[in-house]
Write a protein that binds this ligand. Structure first.
Ligand SMILES: Cc1ncc(C[n+]2csc(CCOP(=O)(O)OP(=O)(O)O)c2C)c(N)n1
Ligand SMILES: [Mg+2]
Length: 652
């Protein structure tokens, strides 16, 4: 990725004695630091920023009033600004920008910064800081935000002089967008904003040691191609980095050339089309049985910009026990962090996928699978995987209490809105169902908080996505718990004409936590009931809340009303829409691998584990693969093995 920071300011033309005109190096204009902030953002091509003012950033807000190039969207909470900037970035691939004041304004951004760090989102956070003379005195609204965010930023700048502003912001923008993207903070003291200095542009980026793009090592690519050609049971294990690298087309090429199966992690949903026959779906704790077991049975993993997250690996020492690993990542620190890679490849996923596809073609040129049907190469493997797909399709059981099924609602939203829409989700059961039951066909269409698991992400992220892509239908698929964390941004959406659609999957509870209480705490529901749904006082009443904000609110309680409500939401574009889907609290997310055990212990539904190829133990687990039975393993204390009675496996 390159960054457009070389736009020069118009050069001045001065008269020369004798009537001739000569172009001379212009005197740089002298501007305040605050003006320099706005000018720099303009020159970087920033068109939208999300923020909320306060004393220490007030100087910057004054020239923001005059710029015609930048739209500032006034949020109701700085966390909303941060997630909106993230949603903007995740939907468009551009850098998202958030602005806050010092102290609590800046600390309100911290969750979003941490979130962006975990999910490699290019985020530029600009904060005001107290006067440099007051720093370190516990001044009013002082917080050491550079110190606070040090472990959760890719880099940060503390700027105390106006002349440093253009270079600091340009460098921050560049660092956020290049290499492995991430959040960068620029903290600017109030005196640096108020004082003046010559505005010099373009700036020279002086970033010693920052070399984000390494040249791909050809020999490693060659070795990977040979391993792929020799493998019998390979899997392309695709992570969210493919989307950040805009490498979906190259990944598709790699998959098509090799004929290998593909799994897309929670962060990578949409990186590879769900309609593609090689896509086995999502791996991990709530992954599809074929995706989870493909990794367990594989003899080769080609990890493409994936980071072996514990929600994917389960107990890491028992993950993919038969596989060698090719690990492709732009961040060398990821390689070998969790799992040794026999072939490490440091490089941009887009570039490496293209090179690996070409190398594979060369290596296999002339062999009997090279032309015609690449899937034939791994025919036995595909036979096994197709068997799993047939036996364990994603599904869900009807609800037992007659309430709406949350999976059905989400499935209908996806089916009616289609792959051109954008779907942002909160965190919890609804997030997993949205990852499972919406079919993603294009990158940047699925936005969620995968690494941090930040409740409250959906509404502001959807708002940011809609600002970036106003012509798309943008959904926030949210939980009743998550929605209560950031729904104040509905005011921002209404007042700024950002007509997002919010689907609250209202199970009246902190559902994912409740699910663990059902499975692991004998149904002792400690502090997970939210009283927002069926048979409760409905505090708050989401329809009334939506109306109070000037949005359209509709409650949906019956299956036959679901489609109509979704269509009304899609057709309503003069204001945001909130659909309160009152669903069953008892629905659970399946399949599931209990935390801390081998993925071979994946359960299709309650008490229903897949049976195994070859030698089987009485409980259906292959002793070679599964490791000790879950009861014998050192499972996390919070997650003993499931012990409650049967629930029907998925039927739809
Ligand atoms: C900020 C934050 N606090 C707590 C959690 C722990 N947590 C994970 S999922 C969840 C429940 C979310 O409830 P809701 O939004 O209603 O979604 P549901 O699981 O019911 O679909 C909680 C509390 C979290 N992920 N983030
Ligand atoms: Mg809920």
């Amino acid at each position: 990725m390159s960054t457009p920071i070389s736009t020069p300011l118009p050069s001045a033309v001065r008269p020369k004695p004798g009537g001739e005109h000569l172009t001379r190096a212009p005197e740089p204009p002298v501007v305040t630091g605050a003006e320099a902030v706005v000018r720099t953002l303009e020159l970087l091509g920033v068109t939208d920023v999300f923020g909320l003012p306060g004393g220490a950033i007030l100087p910057v807000y004054d020239p923001l009033l005059d710029t015609e190039k930048i739209r500032h969207i006034l949020v109701r909470h700085e966390q909303g600004a941060g997630h909106a900037a993230e949603g903007y970035a995740a939907a468009s691939g551009r850098v998202g920008v958030a602005i806050a004041t010092s102290g609590p304004g800046a600390t309100n951004l911290v969750t979003a910064i941490a979130d962006a760090y975990m999910d490699s989102v290019p985020l530029l956070a600009i904060t005001g800081q107290v006067f440099s003379t007051l720093m370190g005195t516990d001044a009013f609204q002082e917080a050491d935000i550079v110190g606070i965010t040090m472990p959760i930023t890719k880099h940060s700048f503390l700027v105390t002089k106006p002349e440093e502003i253009p270079a600091a912001i340009a460098a921050a923008y560049h660092i956020a967008a290049t290499g492995r993207p991430g959040p960068v903070l620029v903290d600017i003291t109030k005196d640096a904003q108020q004082n003046s200095a010559p505005f010099i542009w373009p700036v020279k980026l002086d970033l010693p040691g920052y070399r984000p793009t390494a040249k791909v090592h050809g020999k490693q690519v060659q070795a990977a191609a040979q391993m792929l050609a020799a493998a019998k049971r390979p899997v392309l294990y695709v992570g969210g980095g493919v989307i950040r690298a805009q490498g979906s087309a190259e990944l598709l090429e790699l998959a098509d050339v090799t004929g290998a199966p593909v799994v897309t992690t929670l962060m990578a949903r949409g990186a590879f089309p769900d309609s593609h026959p090689a896509n086995l779906g999502m791996p991990g704790m709530h992954g599809t049985v074929p995706a989870v077991l493909s990794l367990q049975e594989a003899d080769l993993l080609v990890a493409v910009a994936a980071r072996f997250d514990d929600r994917v690996t389960g107990k890491a020492s028992l993950f993919a026990p038969k596989a060698k690993v090719v690990h492709i990542d732009i961040d060398p620190a990821e390689i070998g962090k969790i799992r040794l890679a026999e072939v490490p490849i440091v490089g941009d996923a887009k570039e490496v996928c293209a090179e690996l596809a070409a190398a594979f073609r060369e290596v296999t040129a002339g062999d009997r699978y090279a032309s015609g049907a690449p899937a034939e190469r791994y025919a036995d493997w595909w036979t096994y995987l197709h068997g799993l797909q047939e036996e364990f399709p994603l599904g869900y059981a009807p609800t037992s209490d007659g309430q709406l099924s949350p999976q059905y609602v989400i499935e209908r939203i996806g089916a009616i809105s289609g792959p051109e829409a954008v779907y942002a989700s909160g965190v919890g059961q609804h997030q997993m169902w949205a990852a499972q039951f919406i079919r993603y066909e294009r990158p940047n269409s699925w936005l969620n908080s995968g690494g941090a698991g930040t409740m409250g992400y959906a509404v502001p992220a959807a708002m940011g996505a809609k600002v970036a892509q106003p012509d798309r239908v943008v959904w926030a698929i949210d939980g009743d718990g998550c929605f209560q964390m950031t729904n104040q941004e509905l005011a921002t959406c209404v007042l700024n004409d950002i007509p997002i659609k919010v689907a609250i999957i209202n199970n009246s509870s902190l559902g994912m936590v409740r699910q663990w209480q059902t499975l692991f705490y004998d149904g002792r529901y400690s502090n997970t009931h939210l009283n927002t749904g069926h048979g409760t006082k409905r505090i708050p009443d989401f329809v009334k809340l939506a109306e109070a904000y000037g949005a359209l609110g509709i409650r949906v309680e019956r299956e036959e009303d679901v489609d109509d409500a979704i269509r009304v939401a899609i057709e309503t574009n003069d204001r945001p829409v909130v659909l309160d889907f009152v669903v069953s609290a008892d629905a659970m997310v399946w399949p599931m691998v209990p935390q801390g055990v081998s993925n071979s212990y994946v359960q299709y539904a309650r008490e229903h584990a897949p049976s195994w190829e070859g030698d089987e133990t009485a409980d259906g687990r292959d002793p070679d693969l599964a490791g000790p039975a879950p009861e014998e393993q050192a499972a996390e204390p919070s997650a003993p093995a499931p012990r409650s009675s049967a629930e029907a496996p998925g039927t739809r």
